[in-house]
Design a protein around this ligand. Structure first.
Ligand code: SF4
Length: 258
């Protein structure tokens, strides 16, 4: 166990040093150029995009597809998503010509064990997110040195300081849209004629799992629609020490999720 901890710490320190260097060299680049550099120069074959295919995800995916339509896109199917999100994923993949979409799903045995204590999402949402999101995501990104997210600073208090390049456990994490405004996102969606998530028209703006997402009123924060009334604001994939979530470290763990 001590050896594993040392190994993780070394990988984590390396990722942090790499992220610091990358931020100094490339942190000023715009979103498209930043992804080009990451795909072609810094992490060729070693980087993936994690996407929820939520209300704004298509903006990042469209920019990525312009640069490299073969980039692996990890879609986290928690088993609790809106059917509209699944249908929208298929629409976006076809529209953009994305060629490598990996579906990461929770382990059925872990789900069964977790649910012996009752309905997880309502009684223990952190545990539910851990089994349905954090662990599958860790397994999906294990083969890569870096991954890309669509997070932005305007998405609530926990993201106001978001950097375009950071380290997360043993991975470099790239946030090409960190400095974008909501207007930037929807301007790109409109100017490129991109498909819109069908739930947008019903007042949903931050779209996650169906039991934990509601529509928001015009003056509410968009994240108010997630885990409403529970005090929970993040699922954990951006806040948890991801390496700790990996019950095993084998790159082959993702193979069944393709
Ligand atoms: Fe479970 Fe809700 Fe988290 Fe989805 S968002 S994994 S349903 S607690």
């Amino acid at each position: 166990m001590a050896e594993m901890t040392d190994w993780r710490q070394r990988r984590s320190l390396r990722a942090r040093a790499r992220a610091t260097g990358l931020a100094a060299a490339h942190g000023h680049r715009d979103a498209r150029d930043l992804m080009r550099v990451m795909f072609e120069e810094e992490f060729p074959g070693e980087i993936a995009i994690a996407s929820s295919f939520g209300a704004e995800a298509v903006a990042l995916l469209a920019l990525a597809a312009e640069v490299e339509p073969s980039v692996p896109v990890i879609f986290l199917d928690t088993g609790r998503l809106f059917p509209e999100t699944i249908a929208y994923r298929d629409t976006v993949v076809a529209h953009l010509g994305l060629r490598d979409v990996l579906v990461a799903q929770p382990d059925v045995l872990e789900l069964a064990a977790a649910y012996t204590a009752g309905d997880l999402w309502s009684q223990r949402p952190d545990a539910c997110c851990f089994v349905r999101k954090v662990k599958p995501l860790v397994q999906a990104v294990t083969p890569y040195a870096a991954w890309i997210t669509g997070r932005k600073r305007y998405q609530g208090a926990t993201r106001q300081e978001l950097a375009p390049i950071e380290a997360s456990d043993r991975w470099v994490k790239v946030n090409p849209l960190a400095r974008w405004t909501k207007q930037d996102v929807f301007r790109l969606i409109a100017s490129h004629g991109l498909p819109r998530h069908p739930l947008l028209a019903q007042g949903y703006v931050s779209i996650g799992c169906a039991p934990c997402t509601r529509s928001v009123a015009p003056l509410e924060d968009e994240r108010d629609g997630r885990w409403a009334g529970s005090g929970k604001t993040e699922c954990g994939i951006h806040t948890f020490e991801l390496g700790e979530a990996a019950g095993h470290e084998s790159a082959s763990t993702v193979a069944g999720a393709r």
